[in-house]
Design a protein. Structure first.
Length: 94
């Protein structure tokens, strides 16, 4: 598996209770978090009408460092590739 920079990456997962796709994505994120340093912020959109309007038809929505990275489904391999790519963007020279 590719090595990722030591920088901790922020993931935001917009979801709602009772959403099976959300549960699947949470499982994938948790597995990846065992290998790559992540901070995971889970947000229940059902408690916020603005978020419900923004993401209600797309959940789960996964953001990486504030940028939309996936909706509905993501595979473990695809998420790792996204995270490695994001870490590379932030790396620069050094």
């Amino acid at each position: 598996m590719p090595r990722v920079a030591r920088r901790v990456i922020l993931l935001t997962l917009y979801s709602r209770p009772g959403c099976h796709l959300c549960d699947e994505m949470k499982t994938i994120v948790a597995r990846v978090a065992r290998r790559i340093p992540l901070v995971i912020d889970e947000i229940d959109i059902s408690s916020d009408s603005r978020l419900e309007a923004l993401y209600g038809l797309e959940i789960p929505v996964l953001m990486i460092d504030g940028k939309k990275a996936a909706k509905y489904r993501v595979t473990e391999d695809a998420l790792v590739r996204l995270l490695v790519g994001r870490a590379g963007e932030a790396g620069g020279a050094g």
